[in-house]
Design a protein around this ligand. Structure first.
Ligand code: ZN
Length: 317
């Protein structure tokens, strides 16, 4: 049975893409200005000057300064009274490092109630043997996607409060995500969904995966509805929970939320030849795919916001 997109009706941007016949028309592309900024954000964050954004390095500070500036420019406020920064300690390889998450908020039209947390890690591997690992796809692309979500929700305010977290220390073992769920600033019980972006920009077959509907089947009809209008192939899977090679349940920051029994959706591409290589540069990103991928995840976040009470209710949260 073809799923008619009843879930989309409330989403102004998404609904605009639907024909009156009920057949689904493709999503409109990102607004032109947002698409330009999306590419600027990836280009800047994966520039050699950022030195691969390893935690507790000058390059990391430079990346954070840039992301903070962008959040302020968009109009995102800090979630904590203390500001955007959420510092935490990383113990890795016998060393103590200092990581920093950036935590922002876009208030919902409804006060209180359920919130959605959108995450993307900004750290990468740094410099090894004199080579800079720029991490353009992994995960400058996810941070740029998070900023595109912020642009959309600032322009058309969300129903629910949206928390945006640029995470540090992912490559050292999901450290920033663990630090955030240990100190979520709002009670964990209010978080109805985590949407995590990690590698949005590159796939030879034009495919993006959404993982999370196997443990949380309530998400499947929503993801099906987005897939029906997405300008790329949005597939579901890699979420069996077996923690084997094919399963991404514990492969990125959403795992910290999964362990707290919070529903999650992870958007990402399959590994590619540049994965964790010094060649993961801006120049190797197929820009048309990335813009289409970003339009897809923005639309998904808008739909999840519209449906957050149903999702939270069905999930018993
Ligand atoms: Zn990553």
């Amino acid at each position: 049975m073809r799923l008619l997109p009843r879930f989309l009706v409330a989403g102004a941007l998404v609904a605009a893409a639907l024909l009156t016949t009920g057949a689904a028309a493709p999503l409109p592309p990102l607004p032109r200005g947002d698409a330009v900024k999306l590419l600027d954000d990836v280009r800047t964050l994966s520039d050699d000057r950022m030195q691969g954004r390893a935690p507790d390095t000058p390059g990391s500070l430079m990346a954070r300064t840039y992301i903070r500036k962008r959040l302020i420019q968009i109009g995102v406020k800090p979630l904590s009274k203390a500001g955007f920064q959420q510092p935490f300690v990383i113990k890795a390889g016998g060393k103590t490092l200092y990581g920093v998450n950036l935590v922002g908020v876009i208030p919902g039209r409804q006060k209180g109630g359920r919130v959605m947390v959108v995450t993307a890690h900004y750290d990468h591997l740094g410099v090894k043997n004199g080579e800079i690992y720029n991490g353009a796809d992994d995960n400058a692309s996810g941070v740029a996607g998070l900023l595109a979500v912020a642009e959309s929700f600032r322009r058309h305010p969300p129903k629910h409060t949206i928390i945006l977290v640029a995470l540090d220390g992912e490559e050292l073992g999901l450290m920033g995500a663990e630090a955030y769920v240990a100190n979520p600033i709002v009670p964990l019980s209010r978080i109805a969904l985590n949407v995590n972006f990690d590698m949005l920009s590159k796939n030879a077959k034009g495919e993006l995966y959404a993982a999370g509907a196997t443990p949380w089947p309530i998400l499947k009809p929503r993801l099906d509805a987005i897939a029906a209008i997405a300008p790329i192939k949005l597939l579901q899977g890699h979420d069996s929970g077996k923690l084997d090679q094919d399963d991404w349940t514990n492969q990125s920051d959403h795992y910290a939320f999964a362990q707290k029994k919070i529903p999650w959706v992870y958007f990402g591409v399959e590994d590619h030849p540049e994965y964790h290589q010094p060649t993961d540069d801006f120049a190797t990103i197929p820009q048309d795919f990335f813009k289409a991928s970003a339009a897809t995840v923005v639309a998904a976040c808008r739909l999840f916001d519209d449906e957050l009470d149903a999702i939270g209710g069905e999930a018993g949260r």
